[in-house]
Design a protein. Structure first.
Length: 337
């Protein structure tokens, strides 16, 4: 079967990307379909069912491009999956609703899991975003915080994270207290800078509209009319997590992000793991579980995460079998005695 899609109303070169990158991504998502672009016409050839599904994907992406949005590899993959599952309306919604537009680029969810996470932030006072690296937990939470500030839904943004070293010892750091904690908070400063006009950010930091501080600075405070983000929450202790959550004040919203597979605490239990057991099911608190399917970095990151998860499962199963064998041997020795 052969179908054609007229690429009118868009910059064809920008839509297809450098060296027709979009066609490469479409061919990867639809292996049974051939795509050929000439002038403003995109031709699709292959089995009828596959061609019709691919055409629906192209039409969704084309409509999105007409509204000024770019198209990423993850969006091609997710729109393809949604249409294959019969959720064309969901695909349209995922593409059509940006959170922010930063220097001409739209910030919006790129997977169904990310869309559910963003919707949960809108619907709940406290949201936990739990998932592996690259799933957009902090980035999307930051976008929602900036959106809330721009809409005057909150008076300030507070960004915090525990000052825990990730495996290596940093040793003595010279300078003031701010200089010492800056390396821990630098990722949050970078995220703020990517979301707003660089000329505006220093002014908002200076007047306290945006505050970036280590978690220890939250003790004793009540955070009213604020959008509060706790990043790297897997490195909080249970006591720190309780302290943070009880800072919630009137008119505020909290988003807690972390990856329970990357705990850097030397001995103490992770507060994120503990709170996951305590607060699931509590009204107005939502746990958004993101997976490797929601990773929007290099595709290899998803495969790395999956490989580590499989390794951990095998190691856990091996340890369980070893304990079971030891218990059986001890029981046998006891009966012989």
């Amino acid at each position: 079967m052969q179908r054609t899609v007229l690429l009118s109303g868009v910059d064809v070169g920008a839509f297809l990307g450098h060296r027709d990158r979009l066609i490469t991504e479409l061919e990867g998502a639809h292996p049974g379909v051939e795509f050929h672009a000439r002038d403003e016409v995109l031709t699709l050839r292959g089995p009828a069912r596959d061609v019709l599904a691919a055409e629906s994907v192209v039409q969704e992406l084309l409509q999105h491009a007409k509204q000024g949005g770019g198209v990423s590899r993850n969006e091609v993959r997710e729109v393809t999956r949604m249409i294959q599952e019969g959720d064309g309306a969901g695909a349209s919604r995922m593409l059509s609703e940006p959170i922010l537009t930063v220097r001409g680029n739209s910030v919006r969810p790129q997977t169904a899991g990310q869309r559910a996470y963003v919707d949960a932030i809108d619907a709940n006072t406290i949201v936990f975003g739990i998932g592996p690296a690259g799933t957009g937990k902090t980035y999307l939470a930051m976008a929602k915080a900036v959106q809330a500030l721009q809409r005057r839904e909150v008076a300030k943004i507070i960004l915090t994270r525990p000052a825990v070293e990730a495996g290596e010892r940093l040793g003595y750091l010279p300078g003031s207290l701010e200089d010492k904690i800056d390396p821990y908070l630098r990722p949050l400063f970078d995220a703020v800078g990517s979301m707003m006009d660089p000329d505006v950010v220093p002014k908002l930091l200076a007047n306290g509209t945006i505050e970036v501080a280590p978690l220890a600075y939250m003790r004793g405070r009540t955070l009213n009319e604020s959008f509060v983000i706790l990043d790297e929450a897997q490195n909080t202790t249970p006591e720190q997590m309780k302290m943070f959550l009880t800072r919630l004040g009137y008119g505020s919203k909290m988003v807690v992000t972390g990856d329970i597979t990357q705990v850097d605490l030397p001995q103490a239990a992770s507060g994120l793991r503990v709170v996951n057991r305590i607060l699931r099911g509590v009204e107005d608190i939502h746990f958004a579980d993101l997976t490797a399917d929601d990773i929007v970095r290099h595709s290899l990151v998803g495969r790395i995460v999956d490989a580590y998860a499989e390794y951990d499962e095998r190691a856990h199963a091996g340890a369980h079998e070893a304990r079971g064998g030891a218990e059986q041997r001890n029981a046998a020795q006891g009966s012989e005695a």
